[in-house]
Design a protein around this ligand. Sequence first.
Ligand code: SF4
Length: 489
Amino acid sequence: MTYSKIIFLRPPGIGKLEVPLGTLYVATAAKNSGYEIEIYDLQFDINEKELIVNSLKENSAGTVLCISALAPHYLWVKEFTKEMKGIFRDLPILVGGHLASAYKELLANTQVDYLCNCEGEKFIDKFMKYLNGMEKEADIPGFIYRENGKIIKNPRGERLKSYLIPDYSLLDMQRYLYHPDKDFFFRSSAEYQKHKTDHDLLSVIMFSRGCTGYCGFCYRHIPGYFQPDINWCVEHLKVLHSQYGVKYFRIDDELFAASYDWVEKFFGRLNEEKLDITFRITGLRVDHATPEMLALLKNNNCIAINYGIESGSQTILDNMNKGTTVEQGLSALLQTRELGMQTMAYVIIGYPGESIETLKETETFLLRSKLPPDYLSIFYAVALPGTKLYHDSVNSGLISDQESYLLETSQIIIGRKNRQSEYYLLLLCGINRDMLQKYEDRMIHLLQILDIFGDGIIIKLFKLIPYGLQGKKFNWLLRRVLRTLKKYL
Ligand code: SF4
């Protein structure tokens, strides 16, 4: 039998619906190599599962199922692959994406046959050739498979040095393009609101891959950073701009830029091409947010930058291996806002080493930053497979049964547990979960009070309330009262 068709699927998920870019890149490479392609996005519509079954019932011979998944999809993948193999016993199933970090558990406990542990574009053709007897498994970089009952993990090989322009015609793009007013930052941008029209469209786009950092909690499973050729970036933008009429972008790189020169040349080329775009950036390390970089971004229509601040305590930043300082974080937030761009600060609490003292340091940091409360996102430290935090938790015995842990983390995806369970999975520091929640509430309240009343007597009085004294009901009520006050004051 010759394998000539690939069904790509993105599992159901939580959060915003975006173009399944990872899947699209691999599908584009597979199409260019001559394979027949179908893409299903269960995050967009869970009922597309029936379409996959129907497609396979029509003809499963010569077809491969390729799932791009994150660690919290473990349980879904386990159940789905069991169901598929129950109907289509000989269907080869390949899994790629971050979930491949849990390869031992996947190959031991699920119906997944193969894993891709590298960039899928360089892998997919070799993998299909392997299935067709034209390539040896040992010669495929990033391939993970079973051999005589043993799991073999091939080295990844080098990162890609150039990327394909994704073939957006493989998707129904109308699903993924939306009006910028549906995006909090564009909706809140006075500049955008002045010029908006009913026909505006926003899309997600990605240029670079990876990051220069090595934070202990970060789930990037392919190490290193690659900033692509500027011509490729411009051509990629042009496809969305000229073929789909998109002028507004959310640049979703984990690290948009590691060098000022690159950014300067990039905008130089955009201006030469007269490409008029407005954008926001979801990832810029605070140590790259120099005054020159920020001014350059602002002058080229950037409306907002999200920063992984993580903590206002240098002890915790060092524990995380963040490689930045508290002052760099503060300066990035203040300078970005001074220039008229919005900033979102992501903060993680409950990381190993967190104490009452470090939480107070983060509180002080947030007050110094004068961050509007809607621009703060607090997460609880979670140990995801492939991260240092995960390895440390396994080594210390905190995670004793890795499969049970993965099953537990993924309950939320299929709606069997509420979102709080995700946060509360593992206690990684010496502060209990209820107390962490109280600190989270307190940080938000303080920013709300600062926002409404300024740095006066009210915030001084609120600070006198002993830490952790407020109960859940009090916090809930206070948040509502402050939101209402904000509306009318
Ligand atoms: S700076 Fe951000 S993307 Fe880079 S390693 Fe740290 S958390 Fe990950």
